[in-house]
Design a binder for this molecule. Structure first.
Ligand code: CP3
Length: 344
């Protein structure tokens, strides 16, 4: 089967596919017992990310169980700061920790060796492609520079990214340098993923929603555009999904200004507005992950509303953000059947 006939690629090329192809953000993860078992075997979370064999295994787990239309490479957005020697750790129950970076730290960052450090991840991409069914697309990904920078500056997750917002106002030059460096490294990393067999890539800007209008232009739009331009200049056939969580009305120009092929929508985006955005090209989303936790009527009505509003245009069905550890795996079975029109 040629790459072109993978349904998600067709949608990314602007076609309407019915029923829409689907995958779920964070589809490999702690809600799956088989993931928890492999994770325990790996030791640390980063050991799992850097083991081509185990990363391949956990990438394939949700495909075996649910037959999603795409697999997403198992890794993390923070492997780039890890490759930049920012001492990334994932502590049980605490989320990610890094050494917080300052102006001197930014000036001292070295790009050399970053792609070498990420070689096991690229090796995993090739292995996954070799093991996937022909009809299943493989997605690569990276974090958007703004979202990655928020973790590098605070040194951990925060509810509103105040440390990074403050740093950007106080040290605009150093901050711009950090974003540019992250954009250039991310572009190289995505090109390597595409060359190893990824059909398309997603750029996750999970923290776009905390930015004001001007800052959104400078810190979300501009660096993502830099990545898209760089990847497409080198790999013109590359297909790119840009997900700016919480961007709201700023999504109106997000596709044109980033030149991404598709835009990801979180669940706060009204379906009427999503339908407007879909007139300009493919959209992806946007079920509230809590509907998957709840199951039953909450799940069914949420799925149906998206299919009704967006099913007649180019749509990749997905959640509005990552699936959570509390989600019941059987609810995901029900979701997949519902999207595919296979429920009685
Ligand atoms: O989607 C997939 O199945 C592929 C794997 C994937 C992970 N992280 C695995 C992971 C992807 C695409 C990511 C992206 C990611 N990582 C984002 C952007 C998407 C989003 O959810 O907003 C962000 C912000 C991160 C950073 C990160 N990694 C955080 C904040 C955390 C801790 C919170 C949490 O969900 O646990 C992680 C850890 C992480 N990344 C886990 C997994 C499966 C859980 C760690 C574990 O198994 O111990």
């Amino acid at each position: 089967m040629s790459e072109k006939s993978r349904k998600i690629v067709e949608v990314l090329n602007g076609k309407t596919v019915s029923p829409p192809p689907l995958w779920l953000m964070r589809q490999a993860g702690r809600y799956l017992p088989e993931y928890r078992a492999t994770r325990a075997e790996a030791g640390s979370f980063l050991d799992l990310c850097y083991s081509p064999e185990l990363a391949t295994e956990v990438t394939l787990q949700p495909i075996r169980r649910y037959g999603f239309d795409a697999a997403i490479l198992f890794s993390d957005i923070l492997v780039i700061p890890d490759a930049l020697k920012r001492n990334v750790r994932f502590e049980e129950g605490h989320g990610p920790r890094l050494d917080p970076i300052d102006v001197d730290g930014i000036l001292a960052l070295k790009e050399d060796g970053v792609l070498d450090h990420l070689r096991p991840v690229i090796e995993a991409v090739g292995r996954i492609r070799g093991a996937l069914p022909d009809e299943t697309a493989l997605l690569g990904f990276c974090g958007a520079p703004w979202t990655v920078a928020t973790y590098m500056i605070a040194g951990h997750g925060t509810p509103d990214q105040a440390p990074a917002r403050l740093f950007a106002y106080r040290e605009p030059k150093a901050f711009a340098r950090l974003l540019d460096m992250l954009a250039d490294l991310s572009a190289d990393y995505l090109v390597a993923q595409i060359d190893a067999g990824a059909d398309a890539v997603q750029i996750f800007d999970s923290w776009a929603g905390v930015l004001g209008e001007t800052e959104f232009a400078d810190y979300a739009l501009r660096p993502v555009r830099r990545i898209v331009d760089s990847v497409k200049a080198r790999r013109p056939g590359a297909r790119i999904i840009a997900f700016a969580k919480g961007a709201g009305l700023l999504l109106r120009s997000y596709r044109q200004e980033t030149r991404a092929d598709a835009i990801g929508l979180d669940w706060s985006v009204p379906l009427s507005f999503a339908a407007e955005l879909q007139k300009d090209g493919p959209v992806q989303g946007n079920l509230d992950p809590m509907r998957v936790v709840a199951g039953g009527a909450a799940l069914d009505t949420g799925v149906d509303a998206i299919l009704q509003a967006l099913g007649n245009g180019p749509l990749i069905f997905n959640l509005g953000h990552g699936i959570t550890p509390q989600a019941d795996p059987d609810h995901v079975t029900r979701l997949v059947a519902r999207v595919r029109g296979e429920t009685p």
